[in-house]
Design a protein around this ligand. Structure first.
Ligand code: SF4
Ligand code: SF4
Length: 467
C-alpha cells in the first residue's frame, strides 16, 4: 500500500507495509502515483512490460522529458527490488498468533481518588465522580491492586503503575504508602515498579515535588494552554481559573526534573481550534515535553470536535509541524507527543497491530477495587472484568480486547496509518459505535494528519540543505 502526499514543500511517499519513507521530486512522485493507479501493487509484472513505460511516457511526457521518465522508472524499480516500494503486507499472517498470544498484565491505572478539586468542563470522570460516588482508595485496596499486578505479570520485570484520578493528590498519603509497599514487594518478587503520577497541580507543593522526583518515573501535568483557554475549561468549583496557581508550580517541577520524564498534557476543544498557539505557549513557558490532544465529547457537547472543524485542525497541525522544524533547527526544539513516531520499526508486532493493550496488558482499578479494561471504561458495567480480591472473573472480556487489531476493524485494513495508530482508541470506538471493533472517524482523520506531519518533520530534519 502506498500513501503519498505533499507537505511543507516535500513530496513524500510512504510504503505502508515496509514503513519506508521516500522524499522525492515532483516527477518521481507523479510516476509512483501513476504506477499505483495502474495497479502495480497487485501485478508486479507490469513493471517489466515495455508497454508500461511507453504508456507512461505518453501520459506524462507533456509534463516531463521522456528520457528522465525512463531513468526515474529504473530507480523506482530498484526500490521495488529492495523491498521499499509496493511491498506486500507481511503482518496479516501474524494476526492469528497475535490473537492467541498469551498476555500478562504489565500496567495498572490506579484510580486513587474519584474526587477532584477542579471542575473541568469536559472531564470524562465527571469532575472526578465517574458516574457514581465520590471515593478515595484505601491503602488495603491499593495493596491488593499491587499484589494483583505482581501475581498476573508472569516473567515481566518492569511494571507500570499510574496514580490517576480524579485528582491523586487528594489521597496523597495513600499514594506514598503504596509506593513504599511497592518498593518492599519489588525486592521480594524481583520486579521493578515504574510509577507515574497524573495531577492537576492544585495541591502540588515542595514536599510532593521532592517525593515525586525521588519515586516517580514519570509525571503527567494537566493544563490546557493559554490562560484564557485553560481557565475557561479548567476552573475551580467556584468558577475561578486555575492557570495562575498552577503554571509556576509546573514550571518548577519540570525544571527540577531537568525537563525529562514528565509531560504537560492539555486538551483542545472546539473553543480553541487554534490549539497550535497553546502548544507554542507551553514551549514559550519553557516546557519541553508537550502533549495536547483533541477532546472527545458527545455530539451535543458545546466543546466537542465536529467533522466541519477538521480543515482548521489540519491547518493547525501543519503550522505546528512547520514551526517545530524551525525551532529544532534553531536549537530550541521541544517534543510534541502526538508527532512522535518510530519510523525504524516501532514497537513489537503485537503492539503495532493491536495498540494500547487495554483489557489485556493494561487495566484500570477503581477506588473499591473493581477492574476495567482502562480508565475510559470505568463505570461501564458491561466491561467490569473482576476485582482485586478475586482477580479476573470475566476472561471473555480480555479475549475480546485481545482479538481487537487493525485486521479486525474494516476501516483500518486500508488505512495508511494503521501501523502507527494500531487501530485507535477502543474506548472511543465503543463510545461512538457501541463496539470496540470500529473506529471513530473524526479521530481517524486527525490521526492520519498527525502521522503525515510527523513523517514530514523527520524528512525536514534530515534535510540539511533547507534551513
Ligand atoms: S486512523 Fe482510524 S482507520 Fe486508521 S488505523 Fe487508526 S483507527 Fe484504524
Ligand atoms: S482504549 Fe483508548 S483510552 Fe483506553 S487505554 Fe486504549 S487508547 Fe487509552
Amino acid at each position: 500500500m502506498i500513501h503519498q502526499y505533499k507537505n511543507n514543500g516535500y513530496d513524500i511517499v510512504l510504503d505502508v507495509n515496509s514503513g519506508s519513507v521516500h522524499v522525492v521530486d515532483d516527477m518521481c512522485y507523479d510516476i509512483i502515483d501513476y504506477l499505483n493507479k495502474l495497479g502495480v501493487e497487485d501485478n508486479m509484472e507490469l513493471l517489466e512490460q515495455n508497454e508500461t513505460l511507453e504508456k507512461m511516457e505518453t501520459d506524462l511526457g507533456e509534463t516531463y522529458p521522456v528520457e528522465e521518465i525512463a531513468e526515474a522508472f529504473e530507480d523506482i524499480k530498484e526500490l521495488v527490488k529492495a523491498g521499499q516500494l509496493f511491498t506486500k503486507d507481511v503482518y496479516e499472517e501474524y494476526i492469528g498468533e497475535v490473537k492467541k498470544r498469551k498476555t500478562v498484565v504489565k500496567a495498572l491505572c490506579i484510580h486513587i481518588a474519584h474526587d477532584c478539586n477542579l471542575a473541568c468542563k469536559y472531564c470524562f470522570a465527571e469532575e472526578g465522580e465517574y458516574h457514581g460516588r465520590r471515593a478515595l482508595m484505601s491503602y488495603e485496596v491499593g495493596k491488593k491492586a499491587l499484589d494483583f499486578l505482581i501475581a498476573n505479570s508472569g516473567n515481566r520485570r518492569n511494571l507500570e503503575v499510574d496514580f490517576f484520578g480524579g485528582e491523586p493528590l487528594m489521597n496523597w498519603q495513600v499514594v506514598k504508602d503504596l509506593v513504599a509497599y511497592g518498593r518492599e514487594q519489588e525486592k521480594i518478587h524481583n520486579k521493578n515498579f515504574r510509577f507515574t503520577l497524573t495531577t492537576n497541580g492544585v495541591l502540588l507543593n515542595d514536599e510532593v515535588q521532592e517525593f515525586v522526583n525521588k519515586e516517580m518515573d514519570n509525571v503527567v501535568l494537566s493544563l490546557d494552554g493559554r490562560k484564557e483557554v485553560n481557565d475557561k475549561m479548567r476552573p475551580f468549583r467556584n468558577g475561578k481559573g486555575s492557570y495562575d496557581l498552577i503554571v509556576p508550580k509546573f514550571q518548577k517541577l519540570a525544571d527540577s526534573r531537568n525537563q525529562q520524564k514528565y509531560y504537560i498534557r492539555g486538551t483542545f476543544t472546539r473553543d480553541n481550534l487554534d490549539f497550535s498557539k497553546d502548544v507554542l505557549h507551553f514551549a514559550d513557558l519553557g516546557f519541553e515535553q508537550i502533549s495536547i490532544e483533541p477532546v472527545v465529547g458527545e455530539e451535543s457537547d458545546f466543546y466537542s470536535i465536529r467533522e466541519k472543524d477538521l480543515p482548521q485542525i489540519f491547518e493547525e497541525y501543519d503550522a505546528l509541524a512547520k514551526e517545530m522544524v524551525k525551532r529544532e533547527k534553531e536549537g530550541k526544539g521541544f517534543t510534541f507527543f502526538h508527532f512522535m513516531l518510530d519510523l525504524d520499526g516501532g514497537p513489537c508486532v503485537a503492539k503495532r497491530l493491536s495498540g494500547c493493550g487495554s483489557g489485556t496488558e493494561y487495566l484500570a482499578v477503581t477506588p473499591w477495587g473493581d477492574l476495567y479494561p482502562c480508565h475510559q471504561f470505568v463505570g461501564e458495567e458491561d466491561f467490569l472484568m473482576g476485582n482485586v480480591d478475586e482477580g479476573i472473573t470475566k476472561p471473555e472480556i480480555a479475549d475480546e480486547f485481545r482479538g481487537c487489531s487493525v485486521y479486525s476493524k474494516e476501516k483500518c485494513k486500508n488505512c495508511f496509518a494503521k501501523f502507527y495508530c494500531s487501530g485507535g482508541c477502543m474506548a472511543n470506538s465503543y463510545k461512538f459505535h457501541g463496539s470496540i471493533h470500529n473506529a471513530y472517524d473524526v479521530s481517524c482523520e486527525m490521526e492520519r494528519k498527525r502521522v503525515e506531519c510527523a513523517i514530514m518533520i523527520k524528512a525536514a530534519l534530515a534535510d540539511k540543505e533547507r534551513v
